[in-house]
Structure formats: C-alpha cells, structure tokens
Design a protein around this ligand. Structure first.
Ligand SMILES: C[S@@+](CC[C@H](N)C(=O)[O-])C[C@H]1O[C@@H](n2cnc3c(N)ncnc32)[C@H](O)[C@@H]1O
Length: 403
C-alpha cells in the first residue's frame, strides 16, 4: 500500500531563501559516508538543508513506525498498560533530536491515543545549540493546542546526561549514524540509565538509516539492551517476541532494513533528484521495544511467523528470499514449475511481509536453502504488507484465524 505524505515540510523559521543545493549535496555526501562535520546543525546553510530534505523524511518514518507501535501493542495485549494515564505527565525523551523531525512524526500518533488533557513533558537532547532552538519551535507547531513542556538538554553522547526521574517513551533517530563506532558502542551507558528509569509499560522507538554501518550499530545496541535489560521486549521488526540475539549480526556482511513504498511530497522528490536519490520509499533500520508490565502479560502466538528480510529474488526457474523468525534466518526457495494456487502468495511477497510458515515436512534443506515442496501453502499474515513486520499475530487458541 502506498502511504500518503503528511503535512508540508516546515519552512525555515529563520529565513525564506531556498536552500543551497551545494549545501545539501555536501551534507548528503557526509551523512552517507558517516563523516558529518561536527556542528553541521549549527551552520545555517547545512541546518536549513537538513530541515528541508531530511526532516520530512524523518517525520514520515516516525509516523509509520509509531503507527506500527500502536498496532503491535494492541496485538500483544499491551494497550491499556501503556496509555491509561491522565493526570500525571507523559514523559518523552528524544536523543539526538536535531530539527525534531522524528519526534514530529511519532508524537502526534502516540499522543493521539492518550486522553486529550494529558500533560506532556518532552526532554530533547542534542549537542547542537541551534538544533535545540529550532526543534522546540517545530514540535510546538505540530502539537498545537497540547500542553507540552519542553526541556532542551545540550549534551554530547556518550557522556552522561541529565534525565527525567521517570519516563514513558524514548525516541532516538539517526544518531548512531553520526557517531564513530566506539561511541555507538558506548551509548548504552546513558541509554541504560534511561532504560532503568522507564516506567513499566514504557516504550522506545529507535530509527537509523538503512545502510550496513548504521543498521549494524542499531542492531548491536538492540542486542546489548535485551542482554542487559531483558525486561525490554522487542515488538518489531523482529517477529514472535523472542528477544533473541539478532541473526543478522552473525556475519559481518549482513544487516537488516526496511524499504516501504511511500509517496513523498513534490518538494522532497525534487530535492532528492538534486542529490541523486530516488525517494519513493522509507528506507530505514528500526526497533520498537517495550518494558514489561507485570499486570499485562504479553499475548504470545502459538504459531511463530516468519518475516521476509530481503527482497524476493526471482532467478531462472526459481524464486527465493531470506526469512527471519526472530532468532534464525532461512533462505527459502521454490521452483517456478511448482507455482500453484497454494503458494501463489510467495511470488508476490515484498520485504517486511510476514507469513505463516508451512510445516517442516514440506521443506527440504539443500545447499544452504530450504526448498518448498509443491504442497507447501504460503499464507500472508493480515496487515503485514501494509506496514511490514506483520502487525497482526495469531492469538492463543486461534491458530489460523484468517484462513
Ligand atoms: C541526523 S540528526 C537526527 C535528527 C532527528 N533525530 C531525526 O531523526 O531527524 C542527528 C542529530 O544528532 C546530534 N548528534 C550527533 N552526535 C551527537 C552526540 N555525540 N551527542 C549529542 N548529539 C549528537 C546532531 O547534532 C544532530 O542534531
């Protein structure tokens, strides 16, 4: 499904001149190579380039992942534990807030499911003074009418930071991509303190670019989190609530990312062209996790699902893809001459789609692949092709509610 784009990108709060394409090209090259200059957010030209091009992209990603978060918590029976609050503030921290793009995407969706009068406290963290000036303005515009108290905190991760005593939501976007490897490894220290302070039923959304380096940094952080703080359960994109180490990290060359069709505004597509990008999808690595709440046990599935974590590749005489069950990856392939009513869904699968696996006796392991037999039926988990990762899960006692 093609998602529609949100509101138009915010115009600069400082001036109305068009961004300089040279500034955007430089920024895009540096961000892609992980060599962004320290303080690029403090330079008017590059900050403006970021705000006009990357900001709406981050906002779209935030919106998509926040919607998936709501789907997932309702699928695993967590909805009331997290959202039933009215008088005390809902406290959110945003690490590496930049111009506030990711927060602008996530907050309206999450706050939209809270009682309207809920007070909101927003702690914004960044090393750039300019970012901490601009982000509150952008976020306030998006959250017009809500009672939001904003605390900008200037800091340089992985150094320690001032944190709220308790928080309910942690967001972090495109921050690890800008740190060096060592720093990304160490960020779990301030992050760990944040995770400890999170209320039961609290949640986090972390988003990074889809490239191998950024993705692996995020996946390593994910693995470290579930090892040190096993009370956090990964809801997405990893299926089946297994909280296992990420199988993509088993070899150096792998990573895991999404690529979801998305209709960006004309402005974003035009800017994309000037830097040689094609902007027709949301490309990202992301993690949604939630802190266990004793009163609301997670509803787990009796039947594990598998998520396609690669493109579906069609070659002469066959098609194959890499599937993940949250603990292991399998290359599954099928011969074209076996194509039939029962497996026709396989041929239409896209990255992020989630299926019910056929029984083991309908697959044969051979030369690093699992070959599907002609009898193997392939069924898509409902909703999974709309937002990737499989929003719905079969409930206990309802083994195949959609068949
Ligand atoms: C690419 S922007 C991301 C902005 C926003 N989260 C988003 O996704 O659009 C990354 C931000 O992280 C900040 N940043 C980078 N390294 C940092 C560090 N070590 N400590 C604090 N902030 C940092 C930068 O100043 C920048 O504003």
């Amino acid at each position: 499904m093609l998602h529609s784009h949100g509101p138009k990108s915010p115009k600069s709060t400082s001036d109305d001149t068009r961004i300089k394409h040279s500034a955007l090209s430089r920024l895009s090259r540096d961000l892609t190579r992980h060599t962004a200059e320290d303080g690029y957010m403090d330079s008017p030209e590059s900050r403006k380039a970021y705000e006009e091009y990357y900001h709406p992209i981050s906002r779209a990603k935030g919106d998509a992942v926040a919607r998936e978060f709501l789907d997932r918590i309702s699928a695993v029976g967590q909805y009331p534990s997290f959202l039933d609050r009215k008088d005390s503030p809902f406290v959110v921290a945003d690490f590496g807030t930049g111009t506030g793009g990711l927060a602008e995407g996530i907050l309206p969706v999450v706050l939209g499911s809270l009682p309207a009068e809920t007070p909101v406290e927003l702690w914004l963290y960044d090393k750039s003074e300019e970012a901490l000036r601009i982000a509150p303005q952008n976020i306030r515009k998006t959250l017009t009418g809500l009672a939001v108290r904003i605390h900008p905190v200037r800091c340089t991760f992985p150094g320690s930071v001032r944190l709220p005593d308790t928080l309910h939501f942690l967001i972090q976007g495109n921050l690890l991509a800008e740190m060096d490897d060592g720093a990304a490894d160490q960020i779990y220290r301030p992050l760990g303190e944040t995770l400890r302070r999170m209320a039961p039923g609290g949640a986090l959304i972390w988003v990074e670019p889809a490239d191998r380096i950024s993705s692996r940094r995020l996946l390593s952080l994910r693995d470290r989190m579930i090892k040190l703080y096993p009370e956090f359960i990964v809801l997405a994109p990893c299926p089946n609530l297994r909280n296992a180490s990420c199988p993509a990290l088993k070899t150096d060359k792998d990573w895991c990312h999404e690529d979801r069709p998305y209709a960006f505004s004309e402005d974003v597509r035009r800017l994309a062209k000037t830097v040689g990008h094609i902007k027709d999808s949301l490309k990202m690595t992301y993690i949604i996790a939630m802190k266990r709440h004793d009163d609301f046990p997670f509803r787990t599935s009796t039947m594990p699902v598998w998520r396609l974590v690669s493109e579906l590749r069609e070659e002469t005489g066959l098609a194959w893809g890499i599937f993940c069950d949250g603990a292991e990856r399998r290359r599954i392939r099928i011969l074209k001459r076996y194509k039939n009513e029962g497996n026709k869904t396989f041929w239409k699968l896209g990255r992020g789609d989630t299926i019910l696996p056929p029984p083991e006796d309908q697959m044969n392991a051979r030369s690093g692949f699992w070959d599907l037999s002609p009898q193997a039926e392939i069924r898509l988990v409902p909703g999974s092709s709309e937002n990737g990762a499989g929003s719905a899960m079969p409930e206990q006692g309802q083994d195949r509610p959609w068949t």
